[in-house]
Design a protein around this ligand. Structure first.
Ligand SMILES: NC(=O)C1=CN([C@@H]2O[C@H](COP(=O)(O)OP(=O)(O)OC[C@H]3O[C@@H](n4cnc5c(N)ncnc54)[C@H](OP(=O)(O)O)[C@@H]3O)[C@@H](O)[C@H]2O)C=CC1
Ligand SMILES: CC(=O)N[C@@H](CCC(=O)OP(=O)(O)O)C(=O)O
Length: 329
């Protein structure tokens, strides 16, 4: 729904077709999603041949375990795909099955896909994009300058990440039931979160000596937003000025990442936008740096970054369709 909203107001997009795997005949979008009551679009049954005939590319916003199977005809035909799920983010079948507990895509499909951390790896010229996970995006953008500038002891990375309930998708669960989620904090998937391996792959592409991270996720009683709070011990001789300079240098030319120095961002600053806001504080007493990285999980963490990848893929202005404003207050 959020991806559709972005594409609907994208200046380079003429036509959008929507497909649903449960339909056998066309259904009015306004009937399926009342929020689109004034939209006359008809949602169509899912048919790969028709999708390839009627469109120039396809986005998948489907559950884990779906595109590992459904992406096959598109990849065989060289038809562009941007996948919002985790199915094409890893490179190894066993690793995927270990973290997702589902059958994987083929190794060939996984290795062919480009990991679209859009502020670092351009999707220009790519056919298949694995859009990064929401927690992975906030965490990688928060950590990048520390790893790329070799400022921290790589054995000491601890990530404490928190997400609103929209991250869990539309199907209700016990943990997202109002009476359980409201007025509550719930740690979940301790040391088992499926974003750990994609974070590791990207960190290792920046420095192959990163061996592991301590990564924890908490469900918090908000609808949208992620805060990834990252801690690490700095290397001997590193000081606050060097850390500040590394973040300044890394992000001064990036449209969607705002480095705010010691001003620690809160989630509301980015909700409704494709931005990642980052603040960093260094504690010389404990030699610890703390980075606070916030995103809107449905935008920078999913649909927004997917459109950023789409813009790169088709050589449109990177900010096309993404000039959004945060919801105030
Ligand atoms: N929510 C978030 O913050 C983020 C989500 N993502 C990823 O983006 C994708 C969409 O997320 P979200 O909208 O929250 O997820 P939801 O769980 O709300 O929606 C998943 C969709 O996939 C459809 N689907 C399920 N099985 C199949 C199938 N076999 N064939 C075709 N379609 C199928 C479902 O349709 P139906 O219900 O009719 O079966 C549903 O529309 C997921 O991969 C998610 O992991 C990534 C980053 C952040
Ligand atoms: C709050 C919540 O449950 N968030 C989801 C976010 C993951 C997601 O959206 O899926 P991908 O793996 O495709 O990125 C989770 O932690 O599993």
């Amino acid at each position: 729904m959020v991806l559709y909203q972005l594409l609907r107001q994208h200046p380079e997009v003429d036509d959008i077709n929507l497909y649903d795997h449960k339909l056998t005949e066309n259904e009015k979008l306004s009937k399926m999603v009342p929020a689109f009551y004034a939209d006359s679009t008809e949602v169509q049954p899912y048919t790969p041949d028709a999708i390839m005939a009627d469109n120039q590319m396809v986005f998948f916003a489907t559950s884990a375990g779906v595109t590992s199977q459904l992406s096959r005809p598109y990849i065989a035909a060289g038809f562009p795909v941007i996948d919002l799920s985790g199915d094409l983010r890893l490179n190894d079948e066993d690793e995927y099955q270990r973290w997702y507990h589902k059958p994987s895509a083929s190794r060939q499909a996984m290795t062919q896909a480009h990991y679209g951390l859009a502020d670092f790896e351009s999707a220009a010229g790519k056919k298949y994009v694995a859009n990064p996970g929401c927690y992975a995006t906030a965490t990688l953008l928060g950590l990048a300058p520390l790893i790329q500038h070799d400022l921290i002891d790589l054995d000491t990375i601890i990530v404490d990440a928190k997400s609103g309930t929209s991250g869990a998708g539309k199907n209700p669960a016990q943990s997202t039931h109002f009476t359980q989620a409201n007025d509550n904090l719930q740690i979940y998937k301790p040391n088992q979160h499926q974003h750990i391996p994609e974070i590791m792959l990207e960190l290792q592409s920046w420095n192959h000596n990163v061996k592991a991270i301590q990564f924890m996720t908490t469900l918090i009683p908000i609808t949208r937003g992620i805060m990834s709070t990252i801690y690490a011990k700095v290397k001997p001789g590193v000081d606050g000025d060097q850390i500040n300079q590394a973040y300044e240098e890394t992000y001064s030319d990036k449209s969607f990442v705002n480095y705010m120095g010691e001003h620690l961002p809160d989630i509301k600053q980015v909700v409704g936008t494709n931005n990642c806001n980052i603040g960093v504080v260094y504690n010389p007493v404990t030699n610890t740096v703390m980075a606070d990285s916030v995103i809107d999980n449905l935008l920078k963490g999913a649909a927004g970054q997917a459109v950023q990848n789409f813009n790169q893929m088709f050589n449109y202005k990177e900010t096309s369709g993404l000039e959004l404003q945060t919801f105030l207050p």
